[in-house]
Design a protein around this ligand. Structure first.
Ligand code: GLV
Ligand code: MN
Ligand code: MN
Length: 417
C-alpha cells in the first residue's frame, strides 16, 4: 500500500453540477443539447466558468475542445488529461458524457481542497460534438485531436439547413482553418482517462460499483439510398410498383439479420427518411443511416461487405436504384494493460466491487487511442438505459467512480506508465 490519499468525492456537488447542466436543454424535448446548438453553447460557457472558478487556465483549441489546465510541479512533464463530452443525442439523458466532465471538475476540487499539486500538469477536457450530427464527422473534437479529420472536408461541410460547419465552429471558439493544430502531441500527453456511465445493464446485474474498460467496440456507419417511383397508392397495381420504402424495409431487416450472425455484433437503422411521406403516395425515395458495431475488426469487415452486397441485391430485385456508402468505420480499441493496471489498483485501494468490462458504446477515448494511451472507468446505468431521458445513475455511484478516478490520476502522476 502506498501513501497516496484516498479522496472522497461529494455526491451532493456532483448532483448540483449534473442538474445545472441538465437545465441547458431544448425545453420541449428534454434532454436535448445538440452540438453547436444555443443550449450547447450556454452549457459550454457554464463549464468554462466552473473551470475558471476552480483556478484552471482555460483555452479552446481549433476543434472547439475546451481544455482547463491545472499546472503541475514540473511544466516539462507530459499532461494527464481527463474529461468527456456534454453534447447529447436528441431526447437523450443527463449522464452520458456529462459524468466524465463533472467528475473531472470534482477531481480538481478534491485536489484543491487537499492542497495536492501533481507532478504532471492536469487538463480537464470537454470534447466538441461527441454525438452524431447531420454532417457526419462525430466524434468531432477527439477525432481532430487524433489527427483523423480532413481539414478540407470540414471546410466544405454544410448542414442540411445551409449552415457551414466552419461557422458553427467559429461560434464556439474553434477555427476550421487551423484544425490540424488541434492534434495532440503524443510526447506531451501522458494519458487520457474518461469516466463514463456503462449504458448497458451488465454492472447493475452483477452488483458492480466500477467497471474497468478492457476494449471499446467500434461503430461502422453507412448511408443507403433507394430511388423508386412515386405514384398513386390506389391506382397503381402491386405488380407495377417501384416502392423505395419496401426496399428500405428489407435492408432494415438485413441489418438485423447480419448483426445477429456474429457473436459480438449489434446493428441498427436509427434514421430513415421517406419521400414524399404521404399516406396515399407510393414512396419514391428513401434514405437510411445504419451502423454495425463490434470489438472484432474481422467481423466488422465481413459484415460491411455483406451489408453492402445486400443493399445492391435488394435494389436489383425490386427494380429500384440503390446507392450505398460508408460514412466512416472506426477501429475497435484495446485499452493498454499499463493504464488498466493503475485503474484496477485504484479500484482495489478505494475498496470497490469492480470487474473488467467491454464498452459496447463508443467514446472520445476510442478516437484518442490511436495517438495516446487511454483508460476508461464505468459506473452503472440504472436498468442499462441510455440515449433516452430515463438514463440514470445514482449520485453516490458517480461519486464512487470519481474517487477511483482521482486515485488513478494520482497513481499515474506518481508512477507513470
Ligand atoms: C456514443 O454515444 C455512441 O453512439 O456510442
Ligand atoms: Mn452517447
Ligand atoms: Mn458518451
Amino acid at each position: 500500500m502506498d501513501d497516496l490519499p484516498l479522496l472522497q468525492a461529494s455526491p451532493h456537488r456532483l448532483e448540483e453540477d449534473i442538474l445545472a447542466l441538465a437545465r441547458f436543454t431544448q425545453p420541449d424535448l428534454p434532454y436535448t443539447r445538440l452540438a453547436f446548438s444555443p443550449e450547447d453553447r450556454q452549457a459550454r460557457q457554464w463549464v468554462v466558468e466552473q473551470m475558471r472558478s476552480l483556478g484552471l487556465a482555460v483555452r479552446i483549441d481549433p476543434a472547439g475542445n475546451i481544455l482547463g489546465r491545472r499546472e503541475g510541479q514540473d511544466p516539462r512533464l507530459p499532461v494527464l488529461m481527463t474529461g468527456s463530452h456534454i453534447d447529447t443525442v436528441r431526447a437523450g439523458g443527463r449522464f452520458d458524457g456529462i459524468v466524465g466532465v463533472v467528475g473531472a471538475l470534482e477531481v480538481v476540487r478534491l485536489f484543491n481542497e487537499a492542497g495536492i499539486v501533481t507532478y504532471h500538469p492536469l487538463e480537464v477536457v470537454v470534447f466538441t460534438c461527441e454525438e452524431p450530427t447531420a454532417y457526419g464527422f462525430s466524434p468531432f473534437g477527439s477525432r481532430a485531436m487524433a489527427g483523423q479529420l480532413d481539414p478540407a472536408q470540414v471546410l466544405r461541410a454544410v448542414f442540411p439547413d445551409g449552415r457551414r460547419l466552419a461557422d458553427l465552429l467559429k461560434d464556439i471558439g474553434g477555427d476550421a482553418d487551423h484544425l490540424a493544430e488541434a492534434r495532440l502531441d503524443p510526447a506531451r500527453t501522458l494519458c487520457h482517462l474518461e469516466l463514463h456511465i456503462e449504458q448497458g445493464a451488465v454492472m447493475e446485474r452483477q452488483g458492480l460499483q466500477v467497471g474497468v474498460v478492457t476494449a471499446i467496440a467500434a461503430p461502422c456507419r453507412g448511408v443507403a439510398r433507394f430511388v423508386g417511383r412515386a405514384d398513386h397508392a390506389g391506382a397503381t397495381p402491386m405488380s407495377e410498383r417501384a416502392d423505395a420504402l419496401c426496399a428500405a424495409a428489407e435492408l432494415v431487416l438485413a441489418v438485423e439479420r447480419i448483426a445477429r450472425s456474429y457473436p459480438d455484433m449489434v446493428g441498427t437503422v436509427g434514421f430513415l427518411q421517406t419521400h414524399p411521406n404521404m399516406v396515399n403516395v407510393i414512396p419514391g425515395r428513401t434514405e437510411l443511416h445504419l451502423e454495425v458495431r463490434s470489438t472484432s475488426p474481422e467481423d466488422l469487415v465481413a459484415a460491411r461487405q455483406a451489408l453492402q452486397r445486400e443493399a445492391y441485391a435488394i435494389a436489383r430485385r425490386r427494380g429500384v436504384e440503390g446507392d450505398f456508402a460508408w460514412l466512416y468505420c472506426d477501429e475497435p480499441v484495446v485499452i493498454p494493460s499499463s493504464v488498466r493496471h493503475h485503474l484496477e489498483e485504484a479500484c482495489q485501494q478505494v475498496g470497490v466491487r469492480w470487474a473488467p468490462i467491454v464498452s459496447r458504446a463508443s467514446h472520445d477515448s476510442a478516437r484518442l487511442a490511436s495517438v495516446i494511451p487511454v483508460g476508461m472507468l464505468f459506473v452503472p446505468s440504472h436498468r442499462g438505459l441510455s440515449h433516452c431521458p430515463e438514463e440514470w445513475t445514482d449520485f453516490e455511484q458517480i461519486a464512487t467512480g470519481v474517487s477511483v478516478l482521482a486515485l488513478a490520476i494520482l497513481r499515474l502522476d506518481r508512477y507513470g506508465l
